[in-house]
Design a protein around this ligand. Structure first.
Ligand code: WT7
Length: 658
């Protein structure tokens, strides 16, 4: 990212543009003014349990009412809505089957080659019930973890809801991850079954998925996995292992179309979703049923101010939390029409997104800054060819959005009439935490504005003390919220350490911190600056530097590796790896290709370094710690500033500069 196009302190301080909601929009919105928003904030702060309890009762359907709202007696382990019984698939489907909504479109799906399918609520309910019965037929019952390794096909959403229906937590693994990465997740989660497809269509090519599942399961590596359910998507011949592998169309289509939803305890696990941290292997973030249902439901309703006639489209992949909360659960729980797209804009169809907006008259569009920057680069002539007058609201998520991209989005895609909501959140938070409310919040380009009602966000120093306006600090959440992660699967210690012990206020209270830096301006607007830990964000994909480093050092030629992020105009950040070789190994182009391929195999293509630099030594402190700060400066071609006196061997710097 160049200086003037990023959230640098300079550009923020210069940012004077403010876009208040139009009167028209405000008058039609649920939360139609800042004073309504402030009243909600106050209510939540005065009596949080009443605030959340009222919403939980009025917005969700319960099989059995809950006895208590929040139990925070054992922090950081929260319990929400104890005593209640609920099923999220029934909140997403069954409750919409009475009256006209039964015939409303729940899901519109577009395949990459142009095939399309749609499901009314009634039809989706049937498909989910059939799939749920198929899972039961495979011997899966309440509590068993089911992994999904799927392309963006309707069966991905159907499978998630089917798991939820029978109380089997799902663990969706992004289809772009390698078989090794899949295997790690299957083992860690002790998955009992895998749902996948023969392959998928990606950028005019066919990519096979089933062979990656076979590789992950090979040699008895995942003894917990008993069966594999395979969707036929690309019609390529893939090996089917008899007794273990079943075709979806053979098993699911013949099932009964009724399946009673399993009454789940509020705190029963709904899903595990792996995400990268600054240390170690990816962590299995655990979300539970009722709190997550409420949070994905409410945030979707507030932020998109959803109306019955809306057609809503989020371009994320179901393999990420955005796909969970804002393609599947949030929209369906609200009875909205959600669009799912298998493809991506590509040279053969650079206007793919705009064509879909035009075709389905999409009114709410939610995408990532990296996509917006790519469109911006290829100019407005492409989007200008499409009729996007159906749009009324635009959202962004995944990384900081630079003011220029925000303005371009508003102007070129939104025709200067659609509010832009920049939504800050994380896998761990379950749903959006900081975002404008379109009918209430005057927006500033590049700012996620204010925390949602009930979310006590702050910017603090390492002791948990609020910092002054316009000073940088750690972005934290000071009170529990319904959608918060409950733990890391199988690792409570890491849960405590990663999120709750980094900042320790003197009063002993628990403060949630997950790695972002932020500042607040004089008007109290939040500006998220990006990660302050060793996590990098490449095109909105979160990757741990340690993960990539361990992939690199597992290659026989590599002795040491250090990975840093370099600001990138399009991707936000790109990956740069510094490497020292084992003696006798020679650095050449072939090795660069080999290492890149190796990372791809260990993690997935998204983790391949953009640049690999070889060196005799890495800059280290006397105690042997790699000085990443220095590497970050070197990677971005900046002057190495700040203290280098702790550097053990200063000559390393000169060698690395070249
Ligand atoms: C990290 C979380 C949340 C869904 C997608 C990513 C960054 C996310 C924003 C935003 C600035 C953002 C943060 C966060 N991030 N949204 N609007 N402004 N940064 O989920 O993979 O868990 O990544 O994405 O750095 O910590 P995730």
């Amino acid at each position: 990212m160049s200086k003037d196009s990023s959230n640098t302190i300079e550009s923020i301080l210069q940012e004077q543009r403010v876009f208040p909601p139009s009167n028209d929009l405000a008058s039609q919105s649920r939360i139609g003014s800042l004073s309504v928003y402030k009243r909600m904030v106050e209510e939540a702060s005065n009596d949080p349990e009443r605030f959340w309890g009222d919403f939980a009762r009025s917005e969700l359907q319960w099989i059995k009412p809950f006895d208590s709202v929040l139990d925070w007696s054992n922090p950081p382990f929260a319990r929400w809505f104890d005593g209640g019984k609920i099923n999220i698939s029934s909140n997403c489907l069954d409750r919409h089957l009475h009256g006209s909504r039964a015939e409303k479109l729940a899901l519109i799906w577009e395949g990459e080659p142009g095939d399309t399918k749609s499901f009314t609520y009634k039809q989706l309910h049937k498909e989910v019930c059939r799939t749920a019965n198929a899972l039961k037929a495979l011997g899966i019952s309440k509590g068993d973890l089911v992994a999904l390794y799927m392309p963006m096909v309707p069966e991905a959403a159907i499978a998630m809801l089917a798991c939820a229906r029978i109380g089997a937590p799902h663990s969706v693994v992004f289809g772009g991850f390698s078989s090794e990465a899949l295997r790690d997740r299957l083992i860690d989660g002790e998955a009992k079954a895998v749902i996948t497809a023969d392959g998928s269509f990606r950028k005019d090519k066919t990519v096979l998925l089933k062979p990656a599942v076979d590789a992950a399961l090979a040699d008895g590596a995942c003894p917990s996995v008993e069966s594999v359910l395979v969707v036929r998507r690309v019609n390529e011949s893939v090996q089917m292992n008899s007794g273990r592998d079943f075709w979806w169309h053979e098993l699911v289509d013949s099932q009964d179309e009724e399946c009673q939803p399993e009454p789940m305890e509020s705190e029963d696990r709904l899903f595990v979703l792996y995400t990268s941290g600054s240390t170690g292997k990816p962590k299995g973030v655990v979300h539970t049923t009722a709190g997550y249902n409420l949070w994905s439901h409410l945030t979707f309703q507030w932020i998109f101010d959803i109306r019955d006639e809306d057609v809503y489209w989020c371009t994320a992949d179901v393999g990420w939390i955005t796909g969970h909360s804002y393609i599947v659960y949030g929209p369906l729980s609200n009875g909205a029409t959600t669009v799912m797209y298998e493809g991506a804009p590509r040279p053969s169809n650079p206007g793919a997104f705009w064509e879909l907006i035009q075709k389905h008259k999409v009114s709410i569009f939610y995408t990532a800054p990296t996509a917006i920057r790519a469109f911006m680069k290829s100019g407005r002539s492409i989007p200008d060819q499409y009729d996007m007058s159906s749009l009324r609201l635009l959202g962004t998520v995944g990384e900081p959005i630079n003011p220029e991209a925000w303005m371009w989005y508003r102007d070129v895609i939104g025709g200067n009439r659609c509010p832009v909501v920049d939504t800050w959140w994380q896998t761990e938070t379950g749903g959006v935490m900081i975002s404008p409310l379109p009918g209430a919040t005057p927006t500033k380009p590049g700012s996620a504005t204010f925390p949602l009602p009930g979310i006590e966000a702050d910017v603090v120093d390492s002791q948990g003390k609020s910092v002054e306006s316009d000073e940088g600090g750690y972005l934290v959440i000071k009170k529990p919220w319904p959608g918060m992660m409950r733990t890391i699967h199988g690792n409570e210690k890491r849960f405590r350490e990663s999120y709750w012990e980094y900042i320790q206020p003197s009063d002993g209270s628990f403060i949630y911190f997950a790695g972002d830096g932020a500042r607040r301006d004089l008007d109290n607007y939040f500006w998220v600056m990006g990660r302050v830990d060793d996590v990098i964000n490449v095109s909105g994909h979160r990757l741990g530097t340690m993960e990539i480093e361990s992939a690199l050092v597992s290659h026989p030629s590599v002795s040491e590796a250090a990975v840093v992020g370099r600001p990138d105009e399009l991707k936000g950040e790109s990956i740069v790896a510094f490497i020292t070789l084992e003696t006798g190994r020679v650095a050449n182009d072939q090795l660069v290709d080999d290492l890149s391929e190796h990372v791809s195999k260990e993690i997935g293509r998204i983790a391949r370094p953009e640049e690999i630099r070889f060196s005799d030594a890495l800059p280290k402190t006397r105690s042997g710690k790699i000085m990443r700060r220095i590497l970050r400066s070197l990677a971005s071609g900046e002057e190495v500033r700040g203290d280098t006196s702790t550097l053990e061997d200063r000559s390393v710097l000169d060698k690395l500069r070249t």
